[in-house]
Ligand binder design. Structure first.
Ligand code: TRP
Length: 458
C-alpha cells in the first residue's frame, strides 16, 4: 500500500498514547511490582533501567523504523527491505502468529478482569474477607464452563469494535481516553494507599535496595520482562510504526513510551504493596496477588469493595484492553495489507481468536486434566509465545535491522523527523551501530537461549 493511501495517526501524542497503551498491560501492573519486590527492590529497579537502555530502546526503535520506512505490516515490512526473502517473510509472519496466539489467552484474562469489575461493583466480592476464601471464589469462577467464556467473548468484542473503527477513529480515539483515565485511577489509588497507616512497610518491600538479590537470574528476568512489557518482538510496534508519518520524531516518541510504561509499573507497585502490608496480608505473585490477596485486602479498607476493588479491576480492564487492541491490530493489519477489507477482517480475526481462546479458558475447568508436556493448554500457549516466539522475534528484528537493512539506513530513518538525532549524527550513528549490530542481539540471544529452556540459570 502506498504512503498516500495509508491511514496515519492524527498526532504524535495519539501515536505515543496508543503505543504506551500496547505496552502498559497486565505485565506492567501485576508482574513488575511483584518481581521487583522479589528480586531486590530498588536494586532491581536499577538493573531494570539498564536493561531498558540495553534492549528496550534499541529494539523499539528498530521496530518503529521498519514500520515507518515500509508503511507495511510486519510481513510486508520484512519483505520490502529484504528483496522478498522467504526467511524474513517467515519472521514477519511469526510476529503475526504471535499476535494471534497471545491474544487468545490474554483475552481470557481480560475477561476475568471485566468479570471482577462487575463482581466488585455488585458487591459479590465483599463476602470474601480472607485470601483463602477469595482464592476459592477465583478457582470456582475460572473453572465454570460458561461464565469465563462469556467474558472472554465480551473482551474480544470490545477489541474488535475498536479495531473495526480503524487507526484514527478506533485505536487512537479510544487510547486518547483510556490512557489518561488509567493515570487518574492509578494516582487516586496511590494517594489512598500511601495514606493508610502502616503503608511504609509496603514501600519498603517494594523499593528497599537489596543488592545481594541481584543474581544472574534477576538480570535475565529484568531483560525478559523489559521486553515483554514493551510489547516487543512480534511486530506490534512495526505495525503501529507503519501508521507514523515522516514528520514524527521516533526517538522522542520512543523515550516517552518507555517512560510512561516504566512510570505505570512503578506506580502500580506503590498502589498495591502499601495496601497489602497495611492490611497485614502476605504479598504473593501473579494471579495470586490480583485475585487472592487484593480482593480480601480491599474488603478491609473503608469504602472497600465498592470503590477500591472496582477501581482496581477497572484499571486492569483498561490496561488489558489497550494491549489487546494492539494484538488484534497486528493480525488485522497483515490481512488488510493483503487487500482484505478492514471491517470484515477485524470481525473474522476476532472470531477465530475467540475460538482459540476457548480451550485456554477451559483449561482452568473441564480441560484441566488435559496436559501437553506437563502444561495445560493456556500455559502451553503462554510458554510458546512469551518464551520462544517473542525473544526469537526480538533477536531477529535486531539482526535484520543491524545487518540486512543496515545500521546506516535504519539510522537515517530514525534521524528523519528528529532534530535531536540529526544534530549529533556522527556520534549517534556509531553508538546505534554498536548497539543494534552487537550488544542488543547478543543480549537477546542469551535471553532466548535461557527462556527457551536450553540453558538453566539459578
Ligand atoms: N505489554 C503487554 C503487557 O505488559 C503484553 C504484551 C506483550 C503485548 N507483547 C505484546 C501486548 C504485544 C500487545 C502486543 O501486558
Amino acid at each position: 500500500m502506498n504512503q498516500e493511501k495509508r491511514e496515519h495517526w492524527k498526532s504524535q501524542i495519539g501515536f505515543i498514547l496508543a503505543s504506551a497503551g500496547s505496552a502498559i498491560g497486565l505485565g506492567s501492573i501485576w508482574r513488575f511490582p511483584y518481581i521487583t519486590g522479589e528480586y531486590g527492590g530498588g536494586a532491581f529497579v536499577i538493573v531494570y533501567l539498564v536493561c531498558i537502555v540495553l534492549i528496550g530502546i534499541p529494539v523499539m526503535l528498530c521496530e518503529f523504523a521498519l514500520g515507518r520506512r515500509t508503511q507495511r505490516d510486519p510481513v510486508g515490512a520484512y519483505a520490502a527491505l529484504s528483496g522478498n526473502n522467504r526467511f524474513w517473510k517467515l519472521v514477519g509472519f511469526m510476529g503475526v502468529a504471535s499476535g494471534f496466539i497471545i491474544l487468545a489467552y490474554y483475552s481470557v484474562v481480560g475477561g476475568w478482569t471485566i468479570a471482577y469489575t462487575l463482581k466488585s461493583l455488585t458487591g459479590q466480592i465483599a463476602q470474601f474477607t480472607t485470601p483463602d476464601s477469595a482464592w476459592q471464589e477465583f478457582l470456582s469462577f475460572t473453572a465454570h464452563p460458561l461464565w469465563p467464556l462469556f467474558f472472554h467473548a465480551v473482551f474480544m468484542v470490545l477489541c474488535v469494535a475498536v479495531v473495526y473503527g480503524g487507526v484514527r477513529k478506533g485505536i487512537e480515539r479510544v487510547n486518547d481516553v483510556l490512557m489518561p483515565a488509567l493515570f487518574v485511577i492509578l494516582i487516586a489509588m496511590i494517594i489512598r494507599a500511601l495514606t493508610l497507616p502502616g503503608a511504609g512497610a509496603g514501600v519498603e518491600f517494594f523499593l528497599k535496595p537489596d543488592f545481594s538479590k541481584l543474581t544472574a537470574k534477576a538480570w535475565l528476568i529484568a531483560i525478559g520482562h523489559g521486553f515483554f512489557t514493551l510489547s516487543l518482538g512480534m511486530g506490534a510496534m512495526i505495525t503501529y510504526g507503519s501508521y507514523v508519518d515522516r514528520k514524527t520524531d521516533l526517538w522522542s516518541a520512543t523515550l516517552w513510551i518507555i517512560f510512561l510504561d516504566t512510570a505505570v509499573s512503578m506506580m502500580a507497585g506503590l498502589a498495591i504493596f502499601p495496601v497489602v502490608f497495611a492490611m497485614g496480608a502476605d504479598p504473593a505473585g501473579g494471579p495470586g496477588l490480583i485475585f487472592k490477596v487484593l480482593p480480601a485486602v480491599f474488603n478491609k479498607m473503608p469504602g472497600g469493595t465498592y470503590l477500591w476493588s472496582t477501581l482496581f479491576f477497572f484499571l486492569l480492564v483498561i490496561a488489558a484492553l489497550a494491549s489487546g487492541l494492539s494484538l488484534l491490530e497486528v493480525v488485522t493489519a497483515h490481512l488488510v495489507d493483503k487487500g482484505y477489507d478492514r471491517k470484515k477482517t477485524a470481525v473474522w480475526a476476532g472470531f477465530l481468536i475467540f475460538l482459540l481462546g476457548i480451550p485456554c479458558s477451559l483449561s482452568f475447568g473441564v480441560l484441566s486434566e488435559y496436559k501437553i508436556f506437563g502444561r495445560n493448554f493456556f500455559d502451553t500457549l503462554d510458554y510458546f509465545a512469551a518464551n520462544i516466539l517473542l525473544p526469537l522475534g526480538g533477536l531477529l528484528v535486531c539482526v535484520f535491522v543491524g545487518w540486512v537493512w543496515g545500521s546506516s539506513h535504519s539510522f537515517h530513518e530514525i534521524a528523519s523527523g528528529s532534530e535531536e538525532v540529526h544534530e549529533h549524527k556522527h556520534k549517534w550513528l556509531k553508538c546505534w551501530s554498536f548497539f543494534v549490530r552487537y550488544l542488543t542481539p547478543l543480549a537477546m540471544a542469551v535471553v532466548f537461549i535461557v527462556s527457551a529452556g536450553v540453558m538453566k540459570v539459578e
